[in-house]
Design a protein around this ligand. Structure first.
Ligand SMILES: NC(=O)c1ccc[n+]([C@@H]2O[C@H](COP(=O)([O-])OP(=O)(O)OC[C@H]3O[C@@H](n4cnc5c(N)ncnc54)[C@H](OP(=O)(O)O)[C@@H]3O)[C@@H](O)[C@H]2O)c1
Length: 339
């Protein structure tokens, strides 16, 4: 079976999801959408993607810019089996009306509330829950990283309690309107929303999170302190557990990847056609075990970590793979993750 996929919202997440879907053999990209012509719309057409007009967008504006359009979003939905909504935060719930009218399955992003979907999704965490579902939400970038790590730790040593401080990038690189800021801004929701969001994937996990925003665009970094139920034999066992799980990249000390600038430089050097780092990033010398106490850092590339998750969510909804590991392997091979 080949699933026909539409991507509604062609920004930071949507354009990456569109490329990722186009790279899968069991999916076909029927089109993407923009509300207005710009360089991204131009690139979409140059890549051969059909471009549909979203929201209040006007065909005359696209025509004036010389950018060919193929119709409106409702017309795009008619040609698809599922739509990936990658519109800005909270617009997804408005778009839901369009999806209901078109009677089409939909995937939402982490900017929408969990209640918008029948299931929240993380491939390593709860893949089978989305089988056959019509509305699925891929959790946010930070929740994706925490959930991936939880899948490693809960299955091996069990988690008694988990505290994470999320050091958040202030804006994505292209969001020049949100900065610059010169400061460290506490998030005064205590604990932060990320812990409950992880519990949409791991309902029984005892996790509390706090967050601060810092003036960088490169990545988020999590500072984790986990009390495990049983003690690992040592830090090296934890390193190996992350290394043998897909969607993690563990840097060794000799690589001198001192922080997020070097991670992004590594991603560019790896030449994946961009600077994306879809794996959760750990440092070998940033993992410490003291009995049942585990300390580790994880860096999250906010612009790309959820991209393979959207692909797996489609596979789960349409039952295209027997299990999570099979879907992850197919997705990662197509996207070059882990190579
Ligand atoms: N960026 C991140 O760090 C990140 C990480 C994980 C999850 N997410 C979530 O992913 C979702 C998308 O975020 P994003 O960062 O990709 O946002 P974004 O970069 O602002 O992209 C969203 C795009 O949607 C388009 N759009 C506006 N109104 C629309 C409508 N009514 N219908 C369809 N498209 C519309 C906008 O483009 P035009 O108006 O120019 O057409 C915009 O480029 C949000 O839920 C967000 O919370 C974001």
């Amino acid at each position: 079976m080949t699933v026909r996929v539409a991507v509604n919202g062609y920004g930071t997440i949507g354009k990456r999801v569109a490329d990722a879907v186009a790279a899968q053999q069991d999916m076909v990209l029927v089109g993407v959408s923009k509300t207005r012509p710009n360089y991204e719309a131009d690139r979409a057409v140059a890549k051969g993607y059909k471009l549909f007009i979203a929201g209040e967008g006007k065909k005359s504006e696209f025509d004036a810019a010389g950018i060919a359009t193929a119709g409106t979003v409702p017309e795009m939905l008619q040609q698809a089996d599922v739509v990936v909504d990658a519109a800005p935060e909270k617009i997804g719930r408005e778009n839901l009306k369009l999806y209901d009218a078109a009677n089409i399955r939909a995937i939402f992003q982490g900017g929408e509330k969990a209640a918008i979907a029948e299931a929240s999704f993380n491939a390593l965490g709860n893949y089978p829950r989305s089988k056959g579902k019509r509305r699925v939400r891929v959790v946010s970038c930070n929740t994706t990283g925490l959930s991936r790590a939880a899948s490693v730790l809960t299955s091996r040593w069990g988690v008694e309690s988990w505290e994470a401080t999320i050091v958040r990038r202030a804006a994505d690189p292209a969001e020049s309107g949100r900065g610059p800021i010169n400061g460290i801004m506490p998030t005064f929701t205590l604990p932060s929303h990320h812990g409950p969001d992880v519990q949409t994937i791991f309902p029984d996990l005892s996790i509390a999170t706090t967050a601060v925003v810092v003036p960088t665009t490169l990545m988020h970094v999590h500072v984790n302190h986990v009390r495990l139920k049983t003690a690992p034999p040592g830090a090296q066992a934890v390193v190996e557990a992350f290394r043998e799980t897909p969607r993690f990249h563990v840097f060794s000390a000799w690589e001198h990847v001192d922080g997020t600038p070097q991670v992004m430089e590594f991603a560019k050097d790896r030449a994946r056609g961009g600077s994306d780092m879809m794996e959760g990033v750990l440092w070998e010398n940033g993992i410490r075990v003291d009995g049942r106490e585990l300390y580790f850092f994880q860096a999250i590339h906010q612009e790309s970590i959820v991209v393979p998750e959207n692909v797996d969510a489609i596979r789960a909804m349409f039952d295209l793979a027997p299990d999570a590991r099979t879907s992850i392997a197919i997705t990662d091979r197509a996207l070059g993750i882990g190579h």
